[in-house]
Design a protein around this ligand. Sequence first.
Ligand SMILES: *Cc1c(COP(=O)(O)O)cnc(C)c1O
Length: 385
Amino acid sequence: MSDHDFVSGSKPIGLERGEGVSLYTADGTDYLDAGASFACTPLGHSHPAVVDAVTEQVGNLTFVDSSFPVQSREDAYASLVAATPDGLDQAWFCNSGTESNEAALKFARSATGNSKIIAATRSFHGRTMGSLAATWKDKYKEPFEPLAGDVEFVPYGDSEELAAAVDDETAAVILEPIQGEGGINVPPQGYLETAREVTDEADAALIFDEVQTGMGRTGSMWACENVGVTPDILTTAKGLGNGLPVGAVAVADWIADGAASHNATFSGGPVVAAAVHATISTLVEEEWPTHAAEMGDYLTSELEDALGDEVREIRGEGLLIGLELKRGANRVARDLAINHQILALPAGRTVLRLLPPLVIDESEADQIVAALTEIIAPDAAEAES
Ligand SMILES: *Cc1c(COP(=O)(O)O)cnc(C)c1O
């Protein structure tokens, strides 16, 4: 962290190089990255396919605005739309997750002519004024009020409350198919289906925020595919450019046809577009979502065997894993980093979040399990050795 950065927290780990799931400091210490900086590098650090595509593009043509056809941008749109569920055939690129949700809310309002937004408790949709209004935590919101209005919160996972809240005045329901920042919360079976039914009945838009769950992390390209529910608007970002700053909104035709003017100068810039195309092509061609499903099952069952009753719950899908601890997650994450050179993330006070790059293998997963066993279940670790 720079001396001049008055916003970001600092970790005392100066990183210089990354490869696969490993990060290296200048003095050569290597860290196993089990957080991927919030799921931003699904293919692992500095993946050659992305590095090559970006390097070539930045040298050939770094930027022209989106009114000019550029091959890398055409390729990015084509690969994104091919990778999204059927029925989401139009897309728009932006620069981040919050901006993708900002756009989604605007598209939904203009396409429906309504303003009411239904969001869920413990949601996180970003920190610009519109997305922030649909985000749950007061701590993030209160200092900046008043925010955009007409947002109503319903308890995440409660189908009845959701059905009761949606009516003719509703522009959109916005949900994470699995909540990330809110603690890796998987909704009960039937919840996303209900969201689909009630928005259909009310002619409202269903927005799935897949900023964290997308790009293969949950074992399918998109978490909504695991339950077979297609939204009208799907937003994504984090892993989309394997670390380059890019977000996207994929929409159904009725949204595209009804959406009023919205754009951004850097939308689909040639360099980030090259990163998107390389990332999606590699994920799809090399079937990393399937690997994520297998490694997620492996890691989850190994953790369950090793930690058992020492944790309250292990939940998630694929390589989006949350451990509900019996103690503070921050201290466990710190212990993991300092004493085991493993980087993981807290999600709220008691949830430890594992979001490794999807390319993680069994021996790397074993390292995570062994380290967590030593920290959380030391008696079991002793018996093993
Ligand atoms: C991180 C995140 C966002 C915000 O993305 P930024 O790129 O930080 O603006 C929005 N929604 C979800 C689900 C996220 O995890």
